[in-house]
Design a protein around this ligand. Structure first.
Ligand code: NAD
Length: 495
């Protein structure tokens, strides 16, 4: 479908009915116990788009009980049934592809062309990938002289899933698809800042699922997330979000000794060697700076560029950013939209102020941006910091904005020491035409994912997750199913 500004503006007007979403519990939309709601806003205009319930412990208990009641039947459903449902869910996303992209754009501030081409397609890919997997959840047998052992692989039970606001629909899909494939039932807690598309998606798929298999409780983090993770009937938590929140979730998961998977932040290195295709490497830096306004856990926010090609790289990087069109997220020509919230806007501006204080230089951008017609929006210019040392806060902390730090290197060993001298380890990029060097460096990087000669080369089935404080557990792959299942060994005495 061709995206035009007229079409997106008309769709925005039609979508702005200011729906009030309840919690989705046991197949019904219900008002929350508190009666309070939270407004979802458009960060480009600050207009209210919809309302969600501000949940509490009573709502959580209601949802977990529904998920628990639905578990016995769902856990025994056939592989075929689960496959059919996952494919039907993917089809519902396809049916309203444009609407979902619009809702992500309006609520998150990301450009419509990006939401349409990436977010919704990634969500579809998760359901289609995991639709093939229920058939492959298998146990094993082991034979002895006097016994046979059967190892069954069984769904773990009710799972709590907590997701962030940067790519909400994709995140919901990454969580729901493997859980449903494995035969688990779910209580999903979306982020209170951006979740419009997720709520509408749940409304669209409600008739496809038996009541209670998927439940959604909305609200503030501690008010919903705390009771959810500590509920005695919850058997696992899958969390994506910040490291600070993860520490609280992990503490809460200790209450009932439940397993966790943690997809957390990153400060990923994008390494440019002197033999690389510098123009292509610079273009990757442009993309990772502006894609989703830099609100991406796997963004390559520390570029390590070899001194011999630094000038050429910076020239191409700055030229690339200068050609980026920032503006109304609804305009299909826009490539850089608005930060998702005031909190995120303020956080990024804080780092723009900090960089010169730390001794870094602002090579490009460096300010809040003013967009004609959207003067209230939370826009930040794409920004390059140079003269960065790896121990500066701008090189160590996750900024989550359209901001990239460039660090010069000459010695490979020293560069790799700096690349790994960070508490995160989520992703990374490497630009070289030397095959041996590509293998050597990628093996030395302490990170869960490395893309060689193309950043963001994301494919379904790629184990996705981090080293170090970027978390543990792997999503988007067959291993994910192990996180939603556990084994039972049955030994049959033959003597
Ligand atoms: P966040 O940690 O503030 O919030 C994430 C979710 O946790 C939200 O739903 C929030 O309401 C909830 N929450 C807050 N306090 C809670 C508590 N005490 N108990 C339980 N839940 C609670 O993170 P965010 O700001 O929404 O998201 C940005 C972060 O997410 C970044 O660090 C980013 O790198 C990370 N992220 C990681 C991945 C990945 O795959 N590794 C993907 C996307 C985002």
């Amino acid at each position: 479908m061709e995206l035009t500004l007229d079409r997106t503006r008309e769709a925005a007007a039609q979508l702005s009915q200011k729906a009030v979403y309840g919690h989705f519990i046991g197949g019904e939309w219900v008002e929350g116990d508190s009666g309070d709601t939270i407004a979802l806003e458009n960060p480009a205009t600050r207009q209210v788009l919809a309302y969600i319930q501000s949940g509490n412990a009573k709502d959580v208990d209601h949802a977990v009980q529904a998920a628990s009641a639905a578990f016995p039947a769902w856990s025994r459903s056939s592989s075929l049934r689960r496959q059919e449902i996952l494919l039907a869910i993917a089809q519902r996303l396809r049916d309203r592809h444009f609407d979902y992209a619009m809702m992500e754009t309006l609520n998150n501030g990301k450009p419509i062309s990006e939401a349409y081409a990436m977010d919704v397609n990634w969500a579809i890919a998760q359901f289609e990938y995991f639709a093939g997997t229920p058939w492959h959840i298998q146990g094993q047998t082991l034979d002895f002289d006097d016994a046979t052992m059967i190892v069954h692989r069984e769904p773990i039970g009710v799972v709590a899933q907590i997701i962030p606001w940067n790519v909400p629909l994709t995140m919901a899909a990454m969580k729901l698809a493997p859980a449903l494939a494995a035969g688990c039932t779910v209580v999903l807690k979306p982020a209170e800042v951006v979740c419009w598309a997720v709520m509408e998606f749940i409304r669209d798929i409600a008739d496809l699922l038996p009541p209670g298999v998927v439940n959604v409780v909305t609200g503030y983090g501690a008010a919903v997330g705390g009771p959810l993770v500590t509920h005695p009937k919850v058997r696992k938590v899958a969390f994506t979000g910040s490291r600070a929140t993860a520490q609280k979730v992990i503490e809460n998961a200790a209450a009932n000794i439940i397993p966790q998977t943690m997809e957390l932040g990153g400060k990923s290195a994008n390494i440019v060697c002197e033999d690389a295709d510098v123009e292509a490497a610079a273009m990757s830096a442009v993309i990772t700076t502006v894609f989703n306004k830099g609100e991406v856990c796997i963004a390559g926010t520390r570029v390590f560029v070899h001194a011999k090609v630094e000038d050429a790289f910076l020239d191409a990087f700055a030229r690339g950013l200068a050609s980026i069109q920032q503006g109304d997220p609804l305009d299909p020509a826009t490539q850089l939209g608005a930060m998702a919230s005031k909190a995120q806007f303020d956080k990024v501006r804080g780092y723009l102020d900090l960089a010169p204080q730390e001794g870094a230089s602002i090579f490009f951008g460096g300010n809040a941006a003013s967009i004609a017609g959207q003067e209230n929006g939370y826009f930040i210019e794409p920004t390059i910091f140079t003269d960065v040392r790896n121990n500066m806060r701008v090189a160590q902390e996750e900024i989550f904005g359209p901001v990239t730090s460039v660090i010069r290197w000459t010695d490979e060993e020293d560069m790799l020491r700096q690349v790994n001298d960070v508490e995160y380890g989520l992703a990374g990029g490497l630009w070289t035409n030397d095959l041996r060097r590509a293998h050597r460096i990628s093996r030395a990087m302490e990170t869960g994912m490395v893309w060689i000669n193309r950043y963001y080369n994301i494919k379904p089935g790629t184990p996705t997750g981090g080293f170090k404080q970027s978390g543990f557990g792997r999503e988007s792959c067959l291993e994910t199913l192990n996180h939603y299942t556990h084994t039972k060994s049955v030994v049959v005495n033959l003597a």
